[in-house]
Design a protein around this ligand. Sequence first.
Ligand code: UD1
Ligand code: CA
Length: 455
Amino acid sequence: MTLNVVILAAGQGSRMKSSLPKVIHPIAGLPMAQRVINTAQLLKHATTHVVIGHGAEKVKEVLVGEDLHWYMQEDQLGTGHAVQQALPGLEGKSGITLILYGDVPLIREETLSNLMSASKLNDMVLLTLDMSDPSGYGRIVRGADNSVQAIVEHKDATDEQRKIKEINTGIMAVKTELLASWLPQLSNDNVQKEYYLTDLVEMAVKEGKKVSASQPDYAWEVEGVNSRVQLASLERIYQQVKAEELLLNGATLMDPARIDLRGDVTCGKDVVIDVNVILEGNVTIEDNVHIEANCIIKDSIIRQGSYIKANSMIDESEVGNHCDIGPFARLRPGTKLAARAKIGNFVETKKAVIGEGSKVNHLSYIGDAELGSGVNIGAGTITCNYDGVNKFKTEIEDNVFIGSNTCLVAPVKVGEDGTTGAGSIITKDIAKGELAVARSRQKNISTWNRPVKND
Ligand code: UD1
Ligand code: CA
């Protein structure tokens, strides 16, 4: 069955008090409308149509997806008018049209699939919710036989209708053919002078079409964002859901309220994560990894049994089995650590491949470098990889010992079992087993008199 998904994203969102269009404000690191697009694209045979208006250029620039169709709604004359803009892209197509909202970001695929299943037996299916305080929402008016008869907007409702607790979430699925025939018939003869999408329900009923309603499992799925207060509240709900997924999957979170997931995280068993850890992008954490407080890990893999100490940042890196990182380590993109490597405090790595069991324990910069296994890098070592214009590589073979405070001026290579004396500025290659000392000799002056203080 053909499925057209229309996402309404034209509204201004003035209550956000922002120069950024509302629908691209992020929730858990992703523009909220992007979440809706991503969920829509999980549905089978779906074509995605996005109606934009306010900040259209910016919205179009930010949102991505497979085969997105864009429609411009110059003036926001109502939800019915918004869907009308997409009509040229829907007409002639059989199947179902699903209406979603760019500012209702947490709708789940399961809920939409349920709606689609119900659509097979109905001409129109509404997603509705019972609310203890339904104020402001469109109400679902049902007949004596409990069948859906109409949606009445709060502002147009009678006192009696306002007592109805079942509200319209806005999300609905309609047979595309019927939608195309009804949309041009909408009028704006109502309190808000808007073309209401919700008026389609009455039209359907009048034509004897089958209208039904289904409900989401969670109320947060259909919560919209109009202000930063609502955005913050949905962000917390999302984080709580994600934290619970991790817990149920076998991870220990020292405080499930103090972890933030902004991407896709795969987490093994018996992983321990302390407070204030942020996981961004694509992060894989294998079994028995321990992450201490205040770490930020982005687009990285942490293999089995590794231990990340507090305040470390790991970005686009791969940490092998049983490595020790931090505290205060910074692994920048292109860092690849083999098993049992150690990166200690105040060490920065970038494009660095570090072999098995090698150690960079203190205060070093290792960039554009390849280290073999069993290497020991002394405190304060710097790979001088940049001459102000170009970058050069440092190669360090197995079992090399680099003395403290060595500068390795790249391009340079230290052969297997090589050693550098502390404080050396290494500008030439060192062959296998050699010791290189490149510093001025110490001179002791026995005739030296210490200065005396003048009166
Ligand atoms: C709408 C529903 C109401 C429902 C409520 C749920 C109608 C007439 N009413 O009311 O029954 O209970 O949502 O939140 O549909 N939009 C456009 N272009 C427009 C108008 C709206 O893109 O011309 C977008 C908005 O950006 C927003 C969404 O559609 O994302 C809903 O619009 P909004 O004005 O918030 O509708 P409500 O009056 O809240
Ligand atoms: Ca609204």
